[in-house]
Design a binder for this molecule. Structure first.
Ligand code: FAD
Length: 545
């Protein structure tokens, strides 16, 4: 059966029909990572996500698989080592969505670090993080720094340091994990919200009551072990479980703003001082440049963080102070996103000082909750949780094998093989589909691009314009293999078009909405509601209050 919402009633039937070894609540990177690890070990796994996969923090990050440079400042040396090692592994597992990217650290007179300390920090980082030879640090003098990025202000510039970060598309990484978990035998359902827990007479959690947000009906599922991987919502579920004691989450908000590349035409991604002890990124990508992030204490609605005008002012001031020739304004912004970090509260610490390490809480009822962490460390977090679950199940399952299990679309043995696969796709599409479209698909779907190309070749005679055949083939893939239910799933989380291709994609909203409605046989009132929701997503991305 395909990973498609057309099979929704079968999936719900299967979810209710048996007791699972493991129920995972939350379809972000943490939950999907756990589902994959557990399914590969042979556990019977059910994952429930209240909205869409990656609709929480995991689609709202800086979209980097960090090597953990910032942890050096907090003297968290082991973390730098672990994160650096993990970065190399995640790249190997999904080369199409985890791509090395040179990052420039410009050094200014009044900055936090001087040339010597930057060089030393990057050297320590190279060693601790096990950075491979071709990606080790390079220190630049003033003229080399300006050559690398001519838009930087040269006033008080002392030089720069080049190092590597890995760029990702966070929500694509999550969906590739979800597809891999499904292929490994896990059952994953979006638009299924856990509203309360089922407990036995000893008070042990044995399952959950679930709201099917598509039909507004509810159903019950049973599991021997229940994991709460709901990110910023972790304490909401701990409260439901009556186990919200001791350590709690401290949510902090981080926003990113997006400029058209013509307005902010940087050649080179940069990570620079803001002046208040923080640093932010400016990253060019797919015809836009995005800038972020902020880090402010957040106590408002968890469901709808937005970018405020104060956030915009902060980021604009930071960019304009270093890219002085640009003088960017809020009217230049074409999109934005805001996310919440589920950090662990520590008295007397500012948001930036709170540890990014993950934390596990085990309640009297047996509920296992996990919060904190980074995209980068998802695999290690998953391993810890599944080890715990295995102990609780008191049964031997297979060993953790995620270190060598390629994610969906990512089975390239090495860089050479990756390039060969891309060329192969281009040949398949030659003379029909423009090369730039094949490339765009390849960096989104990896080897699964194959399926979309074949579908386009079938559709090309039906649709006079090849662009239309391409669009329909891509949308069909999302419907048949990526569990989309709404146009927002498609435009925000499967393709990122709301951020990276706003104008063009806005013109397609109605058409895509009715195609989805036809495919999933949605009633008129449902598809009207979903159309409103996606339009709202587009508006919110530019509504700074
Ligand atoms: P989430 O992604 O929030 O997933 C939790 C899911 O649980 C949500 O989808 C939610 O809908 C679901 N859920 C909640 N309640 C229920 C319920 N009752 N029933 C069912 N489902 C439920 N990390 C990096 O490695 N690199 C970066 O560049 C980076 N940048 C960041 C920038 C910002 C601004 C922020 C905020 C974070 C950044 N991070 C980064 C951290 C990283 O994004 C997070 O650690 C990670 O995404 C958290 O994933 P998660 O799965 O734990 O939470």
């Amino acid at each position: 059966m395909n990973f498609s919402n057309i099979n929704r009633s079968n999936f719900i039937h299967a979810a209710c029909a048996e007791e699972f070894d493991l129920l995972v609540i939350g379809g972000g990177i943490t939950g999907c990572g756990i589902a994959l690890d557990a399914a590969l070990r042979g556990m019977k796994v059910l994952l429930l996500e209240k909205k869409d996969f990656a609709s929480g923090t995991s689609s709202r990050s800086t979209k980097l698989i960090h090597g953990g440079l910032r942890y050096l400042k907090q003297m968290e040396f082991k973390l730098v080592h672990d994160v650096g090692t993990e970065r190399a592994i995640v790249h190997k597992l999904a080369r199409h969505v985890v791509i090395p990217e040179k990052m420039l650290l410009p050094i200014y007179e009044e900055g936090t670090l001087g040339p010597f300390t930057t060089s030393l920090a990057l050297l320590v980082y190279d060693i601790l993080a096990g950075v491979k030879l071709g990606e080790r640090r390079k220190m630049l003098n003033v003229s080399e720094t300006l050559k690398q990025e001519p838009l930087l202000s040269n006033s008080k510039l002392l030089g720069g340091g080049l190092y590597f970060e890995y760029r990702t598309d966070d929500s694509r990484l999550v969906i590739e994990l979800a597809k891999s978990a499904f292929a490994a035998g896990a059952l994953l359902l979006n638009y299924a919200e856990v509203i309360s827990f089922l407990q036995d007479e000893d008070g042990k959690v044995r399952g959950a009551r679930v709201k099917n947000s598509v039909s507004d009906e509810s159903f019950e599922v049973r599991a021997k072990v229940v994991v709460n991987a709901s990110g910023p919502w972790v304490d909401v579920l701990r409260k439901e479980d009556q186990s919200l004691h001791g350590k709690r989450l401290q949510l902090t908000k981080g926003v990113h703003i997006v400029f058209p590349f013509e307005k902010f035409p940087i050649k080179q991604a940069a990570y620079f001082d803001v002046g208040d002890g923080r640093m932010i990124f400016a990253i060019p990508r797919d015809g836009i440049t995005y800038v972020g992030t902020t880090d402010t204490v957040y106590n408002e609605s968890i469901d709808s963080p937005v970018c405020s005008s104060a956030d915009v002012d902060y980021l604009l001031k930071a960019v304009n102070s270093i890219f002085t020739s640009l003088q960017l304004k809020d009217s230049d912004i074409v999109s934005s996103w805001a996310g919440l970090r589920p950090l662990i509260q520590e008295d007397g610490k500012s948001p930036g000082e709170l540890s990014r390490k993950d934390e596990i809480f085990i309640s009297k009822s047996g509920l296992i909750s996990i919060a904190g962490g980074k995209l980068t460390g998802y695999r290690l977090m998953s391993e810890k949780i599944v080890d715990l679950a295995e102990k609780r199940l008191n049964r031997r399952f297979g060993k953790c094998s995620t270190v060598s299990h390629y994610l969906s679309g990512g089975d390239f043995f090495n860089e050479e093989n990756f390039k060969e696969a891309l060329n192969h796709m281009k040949q398949l599409a030659a003379g029909v589909i423009p090369e730039h479209v094949v490339e765009e698909w390849f960096y989104r779907y990896g080897k699964n691009t194959n399926v979309i190309i074949k579908q386009t070749l079938v559709l090309k005679d039906k649709y006079p314009a090849i662009e239309q055949a391409c669009s329909i083939a891509e949308l069909t893939y999302a419907l048949e293999h990526e569990m989309i239910y709404s146009p927002a799933d498609y435009f925000v989380r499967r393709t990122g078009k709301v951020f990276f291709n706003r104008e063009k994609s806005m013109a397609q909203l109605e058409q895509v909405n009715s195609f989805i409605a036809d495919y999933l046989s949605q009633a008129n009132n449902v598809s009207e509601k979903l159309l409103k929701e996606v339009k709202n997503e587009y508006n919110t991305a530019l509504d700074f209050r």
